[in-house]
Design a protein around this ligand. Structure first.
Ligand code: KIV
Length: 272
């Protein structure tokens, strides 16, 4: 059992800030359904992100843009029913917060009320500052997300590393400071140079959780289906696979198909 698992019965936004202050790294994974969330929570994860990556992983869309607020609420409520310890953060999907702060607040309230999630995450810097403030004023914790922000993929054009140039790096640093000042409890930094991510993490007191952002940050997040090897066609450099579930499942299912065809299954003990 990990130190964190022993020390904290229930993870809150305050726990995460305390973890950073004490130099304890934060572990975060995605989950989108009850069964997976139960396993992830029971394994001692600190934060479960109901990411809009559900759009890719669960629904097979090419981008995160199509997933709706109703669909995010469905995924998040399934996850919340399973979780006893982790902090559950829910992504505000594309189109639910960008047009104006009032809409952003309405969307965040729906997530909190209808799913039982503990916080929301949204992508962007100064362009979403007013929305963040309005959500925070309603007492809803907000996690920021900078760097590669997949909801803007059509603006970027590619999923390559962000903020390699000085100008974008400087903008990212300013945005991180702004998010801290506005009252966000943490920030995700996605696919940026490790040195820049470390500089950001050292310049603010709220936790910085990286994905493809190196080891100098305060915690790490991965998409669960990637780290357990279910999504075998996706292999970015930052991804460490802990299992090859695609292969294991394919072997098991092929065996089942054979057993049915050859009448090996069910046997005498497997029937009434
Ligand atoms: O939606 C998601 O899974 C995310 C993570 C990649 C951070 O935002």
């Amino acid at each position: 059992m990990s130190v964190a698992k022993k020390e904290y019965k229930r993870i809150t936004v305050k726990t995460l800030v305390d973890m950073k202050a004490h130099g304890e790294k934060i572990s975060m994974l995605t989950a989108y359904d009850y069964t997976m969330a139960k396993i992830v929570d029971g394994s001692g994860i600190d934060v479960i992100l109901v990411g809009d990556s559900a759009s890719n992983v669960m629904a097979g869309h090419e981008t995160t843009l199509p997933i709706t607020l109703d669909q995010m609420i469905y995924h998040a409520s399934s996850v919340v029913r399973a979780v006893e310890r982790a902090l559950v953060v829910v992504d505000l999907p594309f189109g639910s917060y960008q047009s104006d702060p009032k809409e952003a607040l309405r969307s965040a309230i729906r997530i909190m009320k209808e799913s039982g999630g503990h916080a929301v995450k949204l992508e962007g810097g100064k362009e979403v500052k007013e929305s963040i403030k309005r959500i925070l004023n309603a007492g809803i914790p907000v996690m920021g997300h900078l760097g590669l922000t997949p909801q803007s993929i059509y603006k970027f054009g590619t999923y390559t590393v962000r903020a390699k140039e000085d100008e974008e790096a400087a903008r990212l640093k300013q945005d991180a400071l702004m998010l801290e000042k506005a009252g966000c409890f943490a920030i995700v930094l996605e696919k940026i140079p490790a040195k820049l991510a470390q500089e950001v993490a050292e310049s603010i007191s709220i936790p910085v959780i990286g994905i493809g952002a190196g080891q100098g940050v305060d915690g790490q997040v991965l998409v669960l289906h990637d780290m357990i090897g279910m999504t075998h066609e996706f292999h970015p450099r930052f991804l460490r696979r802990y299992m090859n579930l695609y292969e294991d499942m394919t072997t098991a299912i092929s065996q089942y198909v054979d057993d049915v065809k050859t009448k090996d299954f069910p046997n005498d003990e497997e029937q009434y």
